[in-house]
Write a protein of this length. Structure first.
Length: 332
């Protein structure tokens, strides 16, 4: 939904909801391409309840939205509105906001001027086109604010600075400190405080293991919920094995996602385990350009549609254009 604009060259107030990208329907021919019952991976923790099953397949199912991730430090010249016109993508996630200054000052990782972000400066024009973007806290190059900002009220104030500067309706946390109980609780309480003040959608980005989520990440999700924070989506970073790997590469990903779904249902105390599917986003992580083929992309898109996943994204090496177009759902 469009929000207020600012003059070019200034930081826009809005960075609202990861606006939904209405996409074309997936056809029945693609629906069952990704297997859901691959052989069980090693060392998978026992489930406390029966696995959640996806809804029955229908002839036409809406495709999952695609969220393009932008590392603004690596691509400071990335033009959000131009990329949206070229690809048809409407939703973006912008990384990474980390701790700076006294530990309670958010800064954009890797930028010469941590207070200004040339990519984020174009969000107003993206919104004018019907798109949106969300800031990502944490990441590989710096500490998330929850780990460093211990001053009472300081963490919530730091998050509010970002939410207020962009008029954000959605934010993401790339969590890497699940073992730090104090940081987990500080972040959860700060999120809860903000969500009491205004509608705010929050997602957590976590690594997907072959057996689902790490035990520490599951406990972190549980503690976050118990502290009152509502985590609407868990974005799973799923490494894609090279094409020369034997066996069903994507089948193993599907099995791991199913296990993660069971864990998420338990951690968030969902009455119906099937509700976990719509709380899952899937982000394949590519090590090489050829790790994902056009057929693989069709399988992933069909899988996401059949299970009702929140969105798809990509990290790592950019795949070939024809592969990307399948996930974008834009015409060639």
């Amino acid at each position: 939904m469009p929000r207020h604009r600012r003059e070019p060259g200034t930081l826009p107030r809005p960075l609202a909801v990861l606006g939904a990208l209405a996409l074309t329907a997936a056809t029945a021919a693609a629906i069952h391409l990704l297997p859901a019952g691959a052989a069980p991976p090693p060392a998978r923790p026992p489930a406390a309840r029966a696995p959640a099953k996806p809804p029955p397949a229908t002839a036409e199912q809406p495709a999952a939205a695609f969220v393009a991730f932008v590392d603004t430090a690596r691509e400071p010249a990335f033009d959000l509105p131009a990329d949206s016109r070229r690809t048809g993508v409407r939703r973006y996630a912008l990384g990474h906001l980390v701790a700076g200054g006294d530990g309670c000052a958010p800064k954009w990782s890797g930028l010469a001027d941590p207070g200004r972000n040339p990519v984020a400066n174009r969000i107003g024009r993206l919104r004018a086109m019907g798109g949106d973007a969300a800031p990502v806290f944490g990441g590989p190059a710096g500490q998330e604010l929850a780990a460093t900002c211990t001053r009472p009220g300081g963490l919530a104030a730091a998050y509010r600075r970002v939410v207020g500067a962009f008029d954000a309706g959605s934010i993401d946390f790339e969590v890497r400190d699940s073992a730090d109980r104090a940081a987990v609780l500080r972040r959860a309480r700060a999120i809860h405080a903000m969500q009491r003040e205004q509608p705010l959608r929050v997602s957590f980005t976590l690594p997907l293991r072959r057996y689902g989520l790490a035990a520490g990440d599951v406990e972190m999700l549980r503690a976050t919920r118990q502290a009152g924070a509502e985590i609407g989506t868990v974005n799973l970073l799923a490494p894609i094995e090279p094409r020369d790997t034997e066996g069903g590469r994507l089948g193993r990903v599907a099995t791991a996602v199913e296990a993660a779904g069971e864990q998420i249902a338990l951690a968030q105390d969902l009455a119906d385990p099937a509700e976990a599917w719509r709380r899952i986003a899937l982000t394949p992580v590519l090590a090489g350009e050829g790790d994902l083929t056009e057929l693989d992309a069709r399988k992933l898109a069909a899988y996401a549609a059949r299970h009702g996943l929140a969105w798809l994204s990509l990290r790592g090496v950019t795949p070939k254009p024809d592969v990307s177009r399948i996930l974008w759902r834009s015409p060639p």
